[in-house]
Design a protein. Sequence first.
Length: 80
Amino acid sequence: MGITYVCNEMAEDPYETFKMQILSDLLFDGPNSLFYKNIIEKDIAPNYCPGHGYDNTTRQSTFTVGVQGIEAKDFHKAEK
């Protein structure tokens, strides 16, 4: 399960891209990150979804939040 948001165009706003990358790193990178502590450590989901975080490799950047390996019955808990 993943939720993706369309963000800025990198060429138009490189500073926004820089800030979004920092936000992504703070939320997802390492066992001390917020997402890890509140989702993975609390056994809501076993892992992040592929492509999570900020992606500026395309013209229109995206920000994806999601998990993989959840049971169907836990979908709403993970979404929340």
